[in-house]
Design a protein around this ligand. Sequence first.
Ligand code: GAL
Length: 688
Amino acid sequence: MSADTRTAAPVTPAAPETRAADPALAARFWANAGGIAFGGDYNPEQWPREVHAEDLVLMKEAGVTLLSVGIFSWALLEPREGEYDFGWLDEVMDNLAGAGIKVALATATAAPPAWLVRKHPEILPVTADGTVLGGGSRRHYTPSSSAYRRYATGITRVIAERYKDHPALALWHVDNELGCHVSEFYGDEDAQAFRDWLARRHGTIEALNDAWGTAFWSQHYASFDEIQPPRVAPSTLNPGQQLDFQRYSSWALIDYYRALLAVLREVTPHVPATTNLMASSATRSMDYFDWARDLDVIANDHYLVAADPDNHVELAFSADLTRGIAGGRPWLLMEHSTSAVNWQPRNRPKLPGEMLRNSLAHVARGADAVMFFQWRQSFAGSEKFHSAMVPHGGKDTRVFREVCELGAALRRLAEVQGSLVESRVAIVFDYEAWWAAELDSHPSADVRYLDMLRDFHGSLFRRGVTADVLHPAADLSGYDLVLVCTLYAVDDGAAANIAAAARRGATLLVSYFSGIVDKHDHVRLGGYPGAFRDLLGVSVEEFHPLPAGGTVALDDGSTGSVWSEQVRLAGAEAPASFTSYPLAGVPALTRHAAGAGTAWYLATRPDAAALDRLVDRLLAESGVAPAAAAAPGVELVRRRHPDGRSYLFALNHGRSEATVDASGRELLGGGRFTGTVAAGGCAVVAED
Ligand code: GAL
């Protein structure tokens, strides 16, 4: 590392980024929503006028209040460069305004028109192996393409100017599901944007060399110009390069959003904006906690995995995460499905009542809008077998009847709008830790970031305990139980934030492979888990990952899988230890006093029964109780207004009637709550 390279390094000062989310615009949006918003994506360009007329009739029947319009309509709005055809959209917007339906109007940029691809093929995405992805589909652009940005901001301006004062316009729907299908881009323009981003992040090339640990394998760089994205290479790539590329890729997408937003803000400073996220256990490429700072209201799309019998638990995780991204405030469910999707290997329809349960589960967990992809099921194109609010069979169908019932149910829940979800448990979640934990060349390929997180979330779910899923730097002061799972990478500030929660009096549990590295993926030396070692009163010398499918026995009769390690006590006690060679007698679960609270450490992945016992113990210690007493199989969540009015959501996922200990008005059926919820049924109790 010579002084020469330091001075020769290009230095671009990190520009402070202004983030655009405006709470006043969000407040206006919700104030105008008039209850829980209801609707879906509306693609009238796929249908003749007569159908539009019927749409209005059926929308009224269903009680639709909000539609996302024009998401994939660029090629029809601008059939040739600079030639516009807005007649059909004008008519649709006017008709919707006449029917009192609000519109989340799209920027139409989610699928570039063929003329643009032909003129500027350099907008097409390039994958890590150099493959150029073609058009004829959707999302065939890279967000860093200067040509694409020019055209995308252009059409956005034309749309914004045309509809800026339209009475139907309630929200901007910027692009669509940014990062869906492709979320990392490896072309030449992307490479340059990556270099520029690195220069802003690191300042000097030597700072980058230090961060990436380039003394290893001759990876030292003399200038930013030498750096490439982590394209396909003979062996493992530099972890710092991979991690920074992941950060850059998330930034590149939200930076593209910001470019469109700047136009919208200029033309319509009074109109809030969002883009639909895909927060769930399946989406890891975008740091939505970071993105949230640019979205006036948070919107999320969620699809069940039909083959997963516990898919309602995953739904709950997605909704709890979305609420965390929304800072606890209400959010929009922008898309889910009325019944089957078309993109899983086998697409089963939802069972009667399932769609209502799914919808109310999102509402229970903070959604103040329930929307679907899409209003009317397409008869052509690749989504023709995807369900919709109006199926191929028309209005005389089970799905449309259930859609109307849902609309009516949401109207009865109007008073719930604006209330906040109650939770005293925080599960810490960090996209950067996810990326870092699953880099290659780690002790075990079986350590998946979400496993322990989902295990704990699921156990709490089954106990009727709601958890907020929060960024490690979030305010943890209101939580009595804090769970930190596989937080492999953590910076000093977040580690201190987590420790402070325990010292203040919370019960904290940290699971294995947490606190191992800093934000550069540099190991914290002196014994694992470096960032939490003193807090936990343990020190770990060596990891003993288990064989595929293997288990290890513990002295409380339980078993662990995936992981074990050589834990040494340094102040903590050991409620449970491993019993098998080579770790016989080594602590597997530890507990340490930390200020006014306690800090537990879990060194293996417990079997389901052991995990439930541990959760019971943590709940008892932290004094956290379920939202209500209920029979097994009932999902329980409480929302509460600041003035104290509270609503208990009780969703029975079981096949038999279930009791729930609550009293008050039952909003869905009307009248007093009877204390039971029918098999597969739902109750929302405005509590006495
Ligand atoms: C979403 C997308 C929609 C539709 C839907 C089908 O990812 O935003 O346009 O394709 O999936 O499930």
